[in-house]
Design a protein around this ligand. Sequence first.
Ligand code: NAD
Ligand code: ZN
Ligand code: ZN
Length: 337
Amino acid sequence: MRAAVVNQFKQKLEVKNVDIPTPGQGEVLIKMEACGVCHTDLHAAHGDWPVKPKLPVIPGHEGVGLVDKVGDGVTSLKIGDRVGIPWLFKACGECEYCLAGQETLCMDQLNGGYSADGAFAEYCVAPADYVARIPDGVDPIEIAPILCAGVTTYKALKVSGAKPGDWVAIYGIGGLGHVALQYAVAMGFKVIAVDIHDEKLELAKDLGADFTVNGMKTDPVEAIKEKTGNGVQASISVAVTKVAFEQAYHSVKRGGSVVLVGLPNDSIPVPIFDTVLNGVSVKGSIVGTRKDMQEALQFAADGKVKAIVATGKLDDINEIFDRMEKGEINGRVVLEF
Ligand code: NAD
Ligand code: ZN
Ligand code: ZN
């Protein structure tokens, strides 16, 4: 099968022939139809984070495909079922987090396209219990970004604690942000979109943002305070730059929350006095559980959220990464197999 492989950090991915994997006990072999390209795949290829992926690794955790073979002991899936390869590739199922419905915090998890080979390949093997069940009647290319961008931002909005009618700011209208704002609209929030590229803000307006700010031209914190009176109830940063996180922090009103989702390998100063006196919460949010995934997929199946996609080919993965790094992708690029 053809696969895009990271052999060494910060080098071009090699698109080459590798053996089709065999599903083991409890696993399924999936013939991929589509896979979204997430900025996390770029972090993986660069080795950006303190915890490194295995090498060589096949990235890709927004994969959609059809079950092609089932391994021993699999009773929940059959050949032809459409499933998704998520970031939460596998968890232990037994630890305090798994038992408490917080499986994304499992210490013993595997991650798709990071610690396990992912979906930038014509076939992928994955545990039957953790693949996402794709609702009937959806387009595999359009649904692919929901497997990460969708579930991640849906979950971040849930943990933000914002209520219908509240103002919510989304920092970074890229692959994650452009679906984040659609979930936010669908959940009844008033939405402010912040990015540093005008074409992304145009897209944000088309997708229902109530107010947009170009952070390169205007101070988003001032603009947000002016628009809302005292700040937003929640701000979600899905940008890949430190400054966006600082601005997201300063955009919330008293009692508000800042949800950190983007993953630059960086830190921000959190002012103790303001955080205490204003009762501000700073939270991290990592993808979502299998239940969050079902809910996030259903929003898309119901037509309330629709990723804006451009298709690409596996052979073009290095060029797609270059464009992502330059911030040139509007919406999501989805590899089509
Ligand atoms: P992307 O490249 O598609 O989008 C990033 C966006 O941020 C771009 O639109 C860019 O223009 C914008 N941006 C850059 N600087 C900005 C600034 N100063 N202010 C506002 N916007 C700014 O990336 P993506 O695929 O959406 O991923 C975003 C980040 O989220 C990555 O770091 C990725 O690893 C991370 N991520 C986290 C989770 C999680 O579970 N926490 C899941 C998926 C991805
Ligand atoms: Zn992702
Ligand atoms: Zn566990």
